[in-house]
Structure formats: structure tokens, C-alpha cells
Ligand binder design. Structure first.
Ligand SMILES: [Zn+2]
Length: 146
């Protein structure tokens, strides 16, 4: 497999970026040296191809789905603006993350059936579950808080 560093030995960074933007983006996405395991979107989306959005989708539905997919939402990130402590789950005292909300939080066990009780974030927030993600967050009351 070709990686960005291999290509950069032949082409300069700027030439590659300007003249073959798509190749540059593909290499950047898959570059093993750039893999950041804390990248929340990469945990659920393995390719750079756009996902098909089920129609009809409202703007609000798309925004909610996207924000929870990238792991940046008001419930989990408001503390960065307010300079307060990170929010924790009141039930198990774990850090309140999208992953905790979707896969672990006992409070949402019954609502989790909407997204098919997924064992992984990829299954929960993947393309196949696009339509159900918004319904899940609406059901647990977080769609309006995104
Ligand atoms: Zn919890």
C-alpha cells in the first residue's frame, strides 16, 4: 500500500496538494502515520467517499446526525466553552461521551433498540443506520441539544 510519506519522497507536498488533490486526500486519510485512534469519525467511517443521505432529510436531521458522528455535541463539549469540568454520566460516573451515550449508558437501553443495539460505533453511526440515528437522539432528548 502506498502511503503519503512514500509519495512525498517523489513529489513535494505543495505539488501533490495542488495537482492531485484527490490522491492527496486519499493518502492522507489512509496514511498509517496519520492514524489518530482518537479520531471519532474514523472510528465509524472507513472511506472518504460521501455517505448517501436518506431522503427526505431535514437540515436539522443532517446536522444532528453529523455532529454526533464526529463526536462533537453540546452535551459532551459545552465544558470547553464554559471552562467547567468535563461532564460525567450521573449513573456510572464515566466521562460523558457520544460513545458512552450510544453504547453503554444504561439509561438508554430501551432507546438503543432504535439503532439496533449495536456493539460498535461503526455499526451504530454507520451509513446503514443513517435514518435511525436522528430518531435515537430525538428519543433520548439529545437532538434538540446538539
Ligand atoms: Zn453511564
Amino acid at each position: 500500500m502506498l502511503f503519503l510519506n512514500d509519495v512525498l519522497q517523489v513529489f513535494s507536498f505543495n505539488i501533490l496538494k495542488v495537482h492531485n488533490k484527490k490522491l492527496f486526500m486519499v493518502l492522507l486519510f489512509f496514511d498509517k502515520n496519520n492514524i489518530n485512534i482518537t479520531n471519532k469519525l474514523r472510528e465509524i467511517k472507513l472511506s472518504i467517499n460521501p455517505w448517501k443521505t436518506p431522503s427526505p432529510s431535514s437540515r436539522h436531521e443532517e446536522v444532528v446526525t453529523t455532529r454526533y458522528r464526529i463526536g462533537h455535541s453540546r452535551p459532551t463539549h459545552l465544558h470547553l466553552i464554559t471552562k467547567e469540568d468535563r461532564p460525567t454520566c450521573e449513573l456510572c460516573d464515566k466521562e460523558l461521551t457520544i460513545k458512552h451515550i450510544i453504547l453503554e449508558r444504561p439509561k438508554f437501553n430501551s432507546s438503543r433498540q432504535i439503532i439496533g443495539n449495536p456493539p460498535t460505533m461503526q455499526q451504530a453511526l454507520g451509513e446503514e443506520n443513517s435514518k435511525n440515528i436522528y430518531h435515537f437522539f430525538t428519543n433520548i432528548g439529545l437532538a434538540k441539544l446538539m
